[in-house]
Design a binder for this molecule. Structure first.
Ligand SMILES: *Cc1c(COP(=O)(O)O)cnc(C)c1O
Length: 418
């Protein structure tokens, strides 16, 4: 059963009514279902009939409780910055649980990663490889690495989240992979252990995965023939989620079968790095209607959440279902634009959307906000970042406090000459 559903026309998340949660918490706020994340993880891993290891891509949602929940289930963590390593460790990860990807890793970040004895660094350039070798020299240690390969495959997703085409900044250009593995093999402090690939996000067809994974499979055979000891393949994340009921996405089983058909008979350890898949549909953004304003062209529902709280519609023109928390407010044939109060035309959550009648004070819920939601938030317009709640059964915990305006003010200093 979906933990986010109506009961007697009242929206529930697990066994709590959203309206009741909102009585105790200032809107807007995020809330996530513990059960949903658990079952996504379980359904994904049990779809495989082979050993795989999940490294949750924490940039999707880096809240400490989310990390702890997934670590408790045996997940590793895929990070993209030194800050994420620090957060993962603070949430209880050990170095061996962490894989580090990212196109621009500073020396400071690399040193921190190496000192933290992380499982693997996915290297994205020759100079990064050499810098890792030098830092290891200094620290008298060795580091396991994989090379992130750019297979030049079009993931057919949003232009801002496609990463596996030759023109993208990510990974090592395919024609150059043999030489970089040879260079790596000759660096004394580098241990080659794998190959990694990640072609993009919100991918809704298996075709690009099949193409990329087949290329990687062939590449690994070639590298093995050249004498490289490739022990693991890291297939990245990117499997999409349904943001609306009529969107069809490959099932976990189809995805698992594809991976199995390509890598099932190898003795490689297979890693996957899902982010969005585990979190997106676990979360709601609860917001209150401030005003309903009709102009000669449009009717706007103005809510107390804004693009600084949830940026995906602004950034990716993404579609999110919007639900009234009370579903018995009467239907309306009107189309609404649901917008935030920020002074930017891009500050909207939905355009020309059918909604039940709502009025100032009504609560509404924006769906599928668990991934790339809170993590993208800012304090624009001096709007402090909002709280995050984790719901489990009949209870909830505040897993991130609201920031207060006074906290923002405190971080700033008046220049001494003023
Ligand atoms: C962002 C990212 C992921 C996760 O992508 P999703 O679409 O959220 O599954 C995995 N691996 C790497 C290297 C990433 O940058």
């Amino acid at each position: 059963m979906n933990p986010i559903r109506y009961k007697d026309n009242n929206l529930f998340i697990e066994n709590l009514s959203v309206e009741d949660i909102a009585k105790e918490n200032k809107t807007p706020f995020y809330c996530y279902s513990d059960q949903f994340i658990n079952s996504q993880y379980d359904n994904l891993t049990s779809a495989f009939d082979m050993d795989i290891r999940v490294f949750y891509s924490m940039k999707a949602n880096s809240n400490a409780s989310i990390l702890k929940l997934l670590l408790n289930k045996g997940s590793g963590i895929d990070v993209v910055s030194g800050g994420e390593i620090e957060r993962a460790i603070a949430a209880g990860a050990s170095g061996k649980d962490i894989i580090y990807a990212g196109v621009g890793k500073t020396d400071e970040e690399l040193r921190y990663a190496i000192q933290s004895k992380i499982h693997c660094i996915n290297v994205e350039s020759q100079s990064e490889l050499e810098r890792i070798n030098d830092i290891c020299e200094e620290l008298k240690t060795k580091q396991d690495i994989a090379i992130r390969v750019n297979p030049d495959v079009d993931a057919k997703t949003h232009i801002k989240i496609t990463t596996g085409k030759a023109e993208n900044k990510f990974g090592i250009e395919f024609d150059y992979t043999n030489s970089i593995y040879n260079i790596a093999a000759n660096l004394p402090n580098i241990n080659i252990t794998g190959v990694s690939v990640h072609i993009g996000s919100q991918i809704t067809s298996l075709k690009p995965f099949k193409k990329a994974y087949t290329i990687i499979y062939d590449l690994i055979n070639q590298l093995k023939n050249l004498g490289h000891n490739i022990k693991h393949v890291d297939l990245g994340g990117g499997l999409g989620v349904p943001y609306s009921e009529d969107e069809t996405i490959p099932t976990f089983l189809e995805y698992a079968n594809l991976i199995q058909s390509i890598f099932g008979n190898t003795n490689l350890k297979v890693y996957i790095e899902p982010g969005r898949l585990l979190l997106a549909n676990s979360g709601l953004l609860i917001t209150k209607v401030i005003d309903v304003k009709t102009t000669s062209q449009k009717t706007f529902i103005i809510v107390d959440a804004a693009m600084n709280d949830f940026m995906r519609p602004t950034l990716y023109n993404s579609y999110h279902e919007i639900l009234p928390v009370r579903n018995n407010l009467g239907t309306s044939n009107k189309l609404y634009d649901i917008v935030g109060p920020i002074c930017e035309t891009g500050d909207y959550f939905a355009k020309n959307r059918k909604m039940n009648s709502v009025k100032p004070g009504s609560l509404i819920a924006i769906k599928s906000v668990g991934a790339y939601g809170s993590v993208l938030s800012s304090n624009y317009n001096s709007r402090p970042q909002i709280a995050e709640l984790l719901v489990k059964d009949y209870e909830y915990a505040i897993v991130r406090d609201r920031i207060e305006v006074k906290d923002l003010i405190q971080q700033e200093k008046i220049a001494h000459w003023l």
